[in-house]
Design a protein around this ligand. Structure first.
Ligand SMILES: Cc1cc2nc3c(=O)[nH]c(=O)nc-3n(C[C@H](O)[C@H](O)[C@H](O)COP(=O)(O)OP(=O)(O)OC[C@H]3O[C@@H](n4cnc5c(N)ncnc54)[C@H](O)[C@@H]3O)c2cc1C
Length: 402
């Protein structure tokens, strides 16, 4: 009997993790990707240090996936953060836990890890087909591709779809698969921006002067949720860790109407202490110096206070301290999906069997960001892609009785 042929479509972390597990089990894997080279988003993640996973306790870790946590739990328990760290170390890239509990490779890079990973896949017999763009299924159920040599239809004994979400489409994942999967009757929730920046109506002067400026050691609040960390002022508004961490809350708030965020620029300083410092400052200090010397604000943070106060800059130290502790930021909207770190939405969980097989498409499995889950930044995204990629591969192995 001819050996089973398995098609994995999408060579991001989820597809590569699936291909690795399948080939380790001795199965013949054909790996397809539309781009000239694999895992471009993974490499982009490497530019920020490659936050692979998180070291926090398991229940807290699971809670980061919100409503999707019960669905993802099995995969995340079977291939856990510790397994991901061991895997990276086996490929010559040991990891460490940063002060925030996030896990990074010691090299802070994705490229050496990816190089070693691809070499392992080649050794295990995985055949990579770059520049193969998947267009859906033919009428007789074959996989249809556009390739540099023209159209190609492929028969597979099992297929794993690992086509990603729709953020940063120039890296390969553009969500074009949504229409093809819906065409065969699979329900997919619209892909929307997750871990995205927010839009604010900065004045021209502020935008010109401060776009690109970081705001460090701040706390951002949306409704009842508050997060400490960093953000970056952009031409359109604000992005970065604290904004991403609140993105689920921000999206929900925006659905209900106008939303105002608040930034505490000195979360480590109680209001009374800040008030006392401002009161004790020499009266002849300029506003800029008052912000810098008495309030201890950076240039960007002081600019933000000035921007928020406008012409009504408070002279009263208590009112000024209150402003520094809760700078109001009325949102004009959320940034679009093309610049978001990840996307929410995807194939509905009701369509997915526990083995990651599509209920209405036997022999077809799905994994990674194309499923309907989202999570904040912190390593949760990559961990779920690795874990679901491995889980889908286990599903295929069981399905084929291999
Ligand atoms: C700037 C940035 C930084 C990030 N940093 C981190 C981080 O530090 N930690 C973290 O956990 N997460 C991070 N992420 C998110 C993380 O990279 C993604 O969640 C992850 O890459 C998703 O993996 P995936 O395999 O599901 O999809 P993808 O990585 O998007 O891979 C999908 C693949 O499918 C291919 N494809 C799509 N459509 C087709 C088609 N029709 N035919 C053939 N091939 C197709 C694409 O070319 C792509 O190679 C970051 C994302 C961005 C944009």
């Amino acid at each position: 009997m001819a050996p089973a042929s398995i098609a994995v479509i999408g060579a991001g972390p989820a597809g590569l993790a699936a291909a690795e597990r399948l080939s380790a089990a001795g199965l013949a894997v054909q790996l397809y990707d539309r781009m000239p080279s694999p895992a471009r988003k993974f490499l982009m993640a490497g530019r920020g240090g490659l936050n692979l996973t998180h070291s926090e306790p398991r229940d807290l870790f699971l809670s980061r996936y919100g409503d999707a946590a019960p669905r993802l739990e099995g995969a995340l328990r079977t291939f856990q953060p510790e397994d991901l760290r061991r895997w990276a170390a086996d490929l010559g890239e040991p990891t460490f836990v940063g002060s925030s509990g996030r896990v990074f490779p010691e090299s802070f890079k994705a490229s050496p890890l990816l190089r070693a990973w691809l070499a392992r896949l080649t050794t295990q017999g995985v055949h990579l087909h770059p520049r193969h763009s998947w267009n859906g299924w033919t009428d007789d159920g074959r996989l249809s591709f556009t390739t540099p040599d023209g159209p190609l239809d492929v028969t597979a004994d099992a297929t794993i779809l690992a086509l990603g979400g729709a953020s940063w489409p120039r890296l390969g994942s553009d969500g074009g698969w949504v229409a093809r999967v819906r065409e065969v009757g699979v329900s997919v929730h619209d892909l929307t921006a997750a871990n995205m920046g927010v839009h604010l109506a900065w004045s021209d002067l502020f935008r010109e002067r401060f776009a690109g400026t970081p705001l460090k050691r701040i706390a951002l609040t949306c409704g009842r949720d508050s997060v400490r960390g960093e953000a970056v002022i952009t031409a359109e508004g604000l992005e970065g860790g604290v904004v991403y961490a609140l993105s689920r809350t921000i999206r929900a708030a925006l659905r209900h109407g106008p939303t105002t965020l608040r930034i505490d620029l000195r979360p480590d300083l109680p209001l009374e202490t800040l008030h006392a410092r401002l009161t004790a400052a020499p009266k002849k200090l300029s506003f800029a110096n008052l912000m810098r010397k008495a309030a201890g604000l950076s240039l960007g943070a002081a600019g933000l206070v000035r921007e928020a106060a406008g012409a009504d800059r408070p002279g009263d130290p208590m009112a000024l301290a209150q402003l520094i502790k809760a700078v109001p930021l009325p949102l004009t909207g959320a940034a679009g999906i093309t610049r978001a770190i990840s996307s929410a939405g995807g194939i509905a969980w009701d369509e997915i069997c526990p083995d990651y097989q599509l209920k209405h498409k036997p022999g077809v499995f799905a994994c990674g960001e194309m499923l309907d889950w989202d999570a904040p930044t912190g390593g949760y995204l990559l961990q779920a892609c690795f874990s679901t990629g491995r889980a889908a591969a286990e599903g295929v192995i069981a399905y084929l009785g291999a």
